[in-house]
Design a binder for this molecule. Structure first.
Ligand SMILES: Cc1ncc(COP(=O)(O)O)c(C=O)c1O
Length: 381
């Protein structure tokens, strides 16, 4: 059977292909240390696991669930956003639980893009923004993020371009892959740019609680809801990546458009997962402190590994990765990474998978135990 034309616009996801190669090496007996992907290696809290186990015996646990999620899940998301970001969102109509923020990228794109519409996508940025844009017939229009500008867009440059066909703009602060953060003033600039150019701005915010002592939401900017949506996720904050729980917040009008897509594509999330998500969202300070402690010590070690490779990095960056600049004599990040994979059995992500501005950079994931990081350091002695 000939596949649909849209499949010609995308390739298999880099990690899907590369991890197959990595698994092949492991099957050959190679002692691979995988520092490629940001999949938290620890479990959610005991309370969360208990709640989920207990939920299995509830009366309606195994039935179809509401497309909009349990009202108490939406209320828990609203309370979380109020407490952590000082954002008011109405649980009745301004919050939609998702099966991970990744699916939200597809739903939002299906809800707002017609073929030929343009989408502003950060370079470097999360590759899914590009592939989903292409799958729905939109046109990616990349905007440069560069170290010299703190990985923040240059609006003077952007404003000189023809933006008349641009409908959506993706941002993700704290930024993946660089770990760059923004101030409230910078978020205000982003909202101002989107409002002026009649663009729907989406801030994809799954790293707000990883090594970030100042979580910030685009929706905390006055007037943002008219022009912006925010995606968030329990994957990284609560070690629940495999559970697939995320959320989108925004105006009733925007959320309704997304719900129209989502309710035609899937049914509500499994009841037990929703109950577990509620418990996670209600976690106390201890949870966040422990998360910080864990990733801080891993990051210190990862800096040592980056030093061994003669890389430079920003110690103030946040999130689940160390984004490191390769020495200037290395011209291909992918070749460099493959060399290390085959010589030292350590897998690190090349910056180029996030766009051309990622050339000359590599990304270390902090989802690796301290022992493994130490072992990797030893392999470079
Ligand atoms: C920037 C960014 N957005 C979204 C996601 C997807 O997260 P989720 O597990 O919530 O689908 C990731 C995951 O790595 C990410 O890095």
């Amino acid at each position: 059977m000939i596949t649909a034309d849209r499949l010609k616009t995308v390739q298999e996801y880099y990690f899907s292909k590369k991890l197959r190669e990595v698994r092949g090496l492991i099957a050959e007996g190679k002692p691979i240390i995988n520092m490629g992907i940001g999949s938290p290696d620890l479990a959610p809290s005991k309370e969360v696991i208990n709640v989920v186990q207990e939920a299995l015996s509830h009366n309606n646990a195994h039935q179809y669930q509401s497309y909009q999620g349990l009202p108490e899940l939406r209320e828990a998301i609203a309370a979380f956003y109020k407490e952590k970001f000082d954002v008011d969102a109405n649980p009745l109509n301004e919050i939609l639980p998702l099966m991970g923020s990744k699916e939200g990228i597809m739903h939002i794109s299906m809800a707002f893009l017609n073929p030929g519409d343009e989408v502003l996508i950060p370079n470097p940025g999360y590759p899914t923004y590009t592939s989903v844009t292409k799958l729905v017939g939109g046109e990616p229009k990349y905007y440069d993020l560069e170290a010299k500008n703190g990985w923040f867009p240059n609006f003077n440059e952007l404003q000189k371009q023809d933006l008349s066909k641009v409908k959506l703009m993706w941002t993700s602060y704290p930024h993946m892959p660089t770990g760059a953060t923004v101030t409230k003033e910078q978020l205000r600039e982003l909202v101002g740019f989107a409002t002026k150019n009649n663009i729907l701005l989406i801030n994809d915010n799954p790293y707000s609680f990883v090594l970030s002592n100042n979580p910030i939401s685009i929706l905390s900017i006055e007037g943002a809801k008219k022009t912006a949506l925010e995606l968030n996720s329990l994957s990284k904050t609560f070690n629940m990546a495999g559970w697939r729980v995320g959320m989108v917040l925004g105006s009733e009008e925007h959320i309704n458009a997304i719900l129209k897509v989502k309710s035609n594509m899937d049914s509500g999330m499994f009841y037990g997962i929703q109950k577990g998500a509620i418990a996670a969202l209600q976690s106390g300070k201890d949870w966040f402190d422990a998360l910080d402690e864990l990733y801080s010590s891993r990051r210190e070690l990862m800096f040592q590994l980056a030093d061994k490779l003669n890389c430079t990095y920003d110690k103030n960056a946040v999130g689940m990765f160390v984004w490191a600049k390769l020495p200037s004599d290395i011209t291909s990040a992918e070749q460099f990474v493959d060399g290390i994979l085959y010589d030292k059995n350590v897998f690190i992500a090349p910056g180029t998978i996030f766009g051309s501005n990622g050339e000359g950079y590599i990304r270390f994931s902090l989802c690796v135990t301290e022992d493994k990081i130490k072992e990797a350091i030893n392999r470079f002695e």
